[in-house]
Design a protein. Structure first.
Length: 340
């Protein structure tokens, strides 16, 4: 698999490409299945439909890897938190965590066993996926998931979470430790079900100042990565902490690929990290609105990463109103322009 070879810094015939959120709303085929499912969570829980939308970008766009269709918040959902998705508002937890008693109510022992719909979707997708295409499993970082569990949903300033961080760091560490143990087992089950690689998304990394990022976020990502790499050395682990370009000097650990977001200059990431890790990224997602802008960025990124291990991706998720034709153009352009 070209994607897996690139993760391990092996020479590949061209630069493999995929997109975060590639199974999503910009595809009419996805929207049809989502309507059939009824709502977002029902789609996540219907393993046949989840598998179908996971395969769509491979079939329609020709990406080099499928990522399983799910959501990072199915983990706290199966730990016992009430989750709903509100139109225009996003995910909402009606019973956010604010104290130790709230945490004790959650099931951290068996939550990973209740996520069979994710494993079934992975099994079915791996069976149907061409053998040369990789299947990526994933989870959110403990910090990112914890922010939703504490805030009760998305947040602009993370005030509740940070209040806990500074007033009661012991409780926050306990929440993060519990989540870390659940996520280790969750990812292990994903690997057993057929995932060829794992990505850990830290979407809200940039909410933390320097020392707190390493203490409350990266430290826990590395615990998960160490667990996976020690048990499954042939499974590449991708870490994607978003918005931490100022912290790259201290990035160190047992993982294979570092995801570079679009706000981080790729030259900077290359100079700091490419001797240790394959880099993944980092085209600005909004460039997909315009083919000339796509070409300009693809040419520039391929030039920056010339002779360095690289997986082409966006610097964050694809947006819902991107023309499918432009997404196809992007993937094909990367693959053809990068032929060695």
């Amino acid at each position: 698999m070209i994607f897996i070879d690139a993760c391990f810094k092996k020479t590949t015939p061209y630069t493999p490409a995929w997109m975060m959120r590639q199974a999503g709303r910009y595809l009419p085929e996805y929207m049809r299945i989502r309507q059939e499912a009824g709502d977002f969570l029902s789609l996540c829980k219907d393993y046949k439909k989840a598998s179908e939308v996971s395969l769509q970008p491979v079939e329609i766009l020709g990406v080099d890897a499928a990522i399983i269709f799910s959501d990072i918040l199915v983990v706290p959902l199966e730990m016992g938190m009430k989750l709903r998705f509100e139109k225009g508002e996003g995910p909402v937890f009606d019973n956010p965590i604010s104290n130790i008693e709230d945490l004790k109510k959650l099931d951290t022992q068996n939550a990973h066993q209740k996520l069979n719909y994710v494993y079934d979707a992975l099994k079915l997708t791996r069976e149907k996926l061409p053998k040369d295409k990789a299947l990526i499993g994933f989870c959110g970082s403990p910090w990112t998931i914890a922010t939703y569990m504490i805030e009760g949903g998305g947040s602009k300033n993370y005030a509740k979470c940070k209040k806990m961080l500074y007033q009661n760091p012991e409780l926050l560490h306990l929440i993060l430790s519990n989540l870390t143990e659940v996520l280790k087992l969750y990812l292990e089950e994903q690997i057993k079900a057929g995932a060829n690689a794992i990505q850990i998304f830290d979407s809200w990394a940039s909410a933390l100042e320097y020392n707190e990022f390493f203490n409350f976020s990266f430290n826990y990502m590395l615990k998960i990565s160490n667990f996976i790499k020690n048990k499954y050395p042939n499974i590449p682990v991708i870490l994607f902490p978003k918005g931490i370009s100022g912290y790259l000097d201290k990035i160190e650990g047992n993982f294979d690929v570092f995801g570079v977001d679009w706000s981080t200059p790729l030259e900077l990431a290359r100079d700091k990290l490419s001797h240790k890790y394959t880099l993944q990224g980092n085209m600005e997602p909004c460039r997909l609105y315009d083919k000339n802008s796509i070409k300009e960025s693809v040419d520039q990124i391929l030039q920056i990463m010339k002779n360095k291990a690289h997986i082409f991706n966006l610097g964050h998720g694809i947006l819902p109103d991107i023309p499918v034709e432009n997404a196809k153009y992007f993937i094909k352009l990367v693959q053809e322009s990068s032929i060695r």
